[in-house]
Ligand binder design. Structure first.
Ligand code: PA5
Length: 444
């Protein structure tokens, strides 16, 4: 009860002060940067699309996706951090688990997707370049590939270096047609914008002002790769907009954003529960968890504060981390993300004639039933030992559910920031390593 007015007040700051200050440009010193534009971005993109299906940003994104579908067999998406995690989370949650391995017609003729520029790992970069070369014999879409390069600043070394390398390889293959095979997503100005001008690329997208990297999944940063993979981007945006409506109007106690913040915040301040385990009960959600790891860590890990995010995938990690979660230090909350229905028909364990593995008594049980027992059993075991858990139930893993989940978690992160007086935007700490890395590279 004590927390309720504070949560309401934090919501008001996000909905009123932040939005007004951002819109007017009159941002108090201690609130800078204030990247509040992510909040109503889904509504803005959808409205624009409804009024001009051809030339709106979303209309153009869909056209680019269709163009690449007809042109190439593979797209290499270059980006790191907020310019990478969202696209990967969308792919793993909304596409077939073996999307890249499916025959072309099963992918709706859409290109396979590969991610790079998210590290400086020599062997992975070389191997992808070799694979592209190996697999790119012949003309036409079957042998072709394209680049989507995403960097808001345009100056991030990992992505910039990869772009230079992959661009050189692509030029070898397509020669003067290079500009048709590259789609940049970047800020208005910056090195990548200038480079795109110099190459003569016309099909390009903006990372909007006031949208920070880790809050950009529902801008062109996430939507363009998603559209290329055939994800239903309209449903994704509608779901995020529905979460905004819910966040604005539902009272504490019935508001999934405020309740999630409230429970996690109380555990942190009253019981020093500093590790937030996002326990996802589907393999398709692992990258959603990793996307959230970045969101929470970069947004609230400041001023010597901020909970430690940790993604676990169950039931897999019941066989690795669960011992510690059950009996280790009492510094964790398990935030379960539970899937209520699966895309595929339920697979039963099945009868075996000789029953050597003695599973026949469970023969009629299906994998969803086993999963459900694992979830309930794990929660009961944690409850018995007074280990806190929360449940977020997704009706299914699809665009409608993850669109809501992404927006919910972004909203929760900024509300918590306002609640504990930490600016959720900006990531000044990330500059530390860059300063030394660049110095060392130039000295060597
Ligand atoms: O959340 C953020 O702002 C960061 O994680 C960035 O997305 C990341 O550093 C990549 O930056 P850029 O898009 O400028 O290459």
């Amino acid at each position: 009860d004590e927390l309720k007015p504070k949560l309401d007040a934090a919501r008001e700051v996000v909905l009123k002060d932040d939005m007004q200050q951002y819109a007017s440009g009159d941002i108090p010193e201690d609130k800078q940067p204030l990247d509040a534009a992510f909040f109503d971005m889904p509504e803005r993109i959808l409205d624009e699309y409804q009024s001009d299906r051809e030339n709106s940003e979303l209309g153009r994104i869909l056209k680019t996706a269709a163009r690449l579908r007809d042109m190439v067999d593979k797209v290499v998406v270059l980006g790191i951090g907020g310019s990478y995690m969202g696209a990967r989370a969308l792919m793993e949650s909304c596409c077939h688990p073996y999307y890249n391995e499916l025959p072309r017609e099963e992918r709706g003729g859409r290109p396979r997707i590969y991610f790079e520029g998210n590290n400086v790992d020599n062997d992975w970069s070389q191997s992808l370049l070799q694979f592209l070369e190996m697999d790119s014999k012949g003309d036409g879409p079957e042998g072709s590939w394209a680049i989507v390069v995403i960097s808001k600043s345009g100056g991030t070394l990992e992505t910039a270096a990869a772009f230079r390398q992959f661009k050189a390889a692509l030029k070898e293959k397509v020669g003067d047609r290079l500009p048709e095979y590259i789609v940049p997503v970047t800020g208005e100005s910056g090195k990548l914008a200038s480079l795109s001008d110099a190459i003569g690329i016309t099909d390009r997208y903006l990372v909007p002002d006031g949208v920070g990297g880790r809050f950009s999944i529902l801008s062109a940063v996430g939507l363009l790769p998603a559209a290329i993979m055939g994800i239903d981007v309209v449903t994704l945006l509608e779901a995020a907009a529905a979460m905004n409506t819910h966040f604005r109007s539902a009272p504490v106690g019935e508001n999934v954003v405020l309740d999630y913040v409230g429970v996690n915040h109380l555990l942190e301040v009253e019981q020093s529960v500093l590790t937030r385990v996002m326990s996802v009960w589907s393999k398709s959600l692992e990258s959603v968890g990793l996307w959230y790891d970045q969101l929470l860590a970069e947004s609230l890990g400041k001023n010597e504060r901020g909970a430690l995010p940790l993604t676990v995938v169950n039931s897999r990690d019941l066989h690795s981390r669960a011992q510690q979660h059950q009996e280790g230090a009492r510094d964790k909350v398990m935030n379960n993300v539970i899937v209520d229905s699966w895309r595929q028909d339920a697979l039963a364990i099945g009868q075996s004639e000789n029953n050597e593995d003695q599973l026949n008594e469970l023969a009629d049980k299906t994998l969803p039933e086993v999963m459900s027992a694992a979830i309930r059993g794990t929660n009961l075991a944690y409850a018995e030992d007074k280990r806190p858990t929360t449940n977020i139930n997704l009706p299914a893993v699809n665009e409608a559910a993850v669109g809501q989940l992404f927006q919910m978690l972004m909203l929760a992160t900024v509300v918590e920031g306002r609640l504990i007086d930490i600016n959720p935007y900006g990531q000044p700490g990330v500059e530390g390593y860059k300063k030394y890395m660049n110095k060392l590279l130039r000295e060597a």
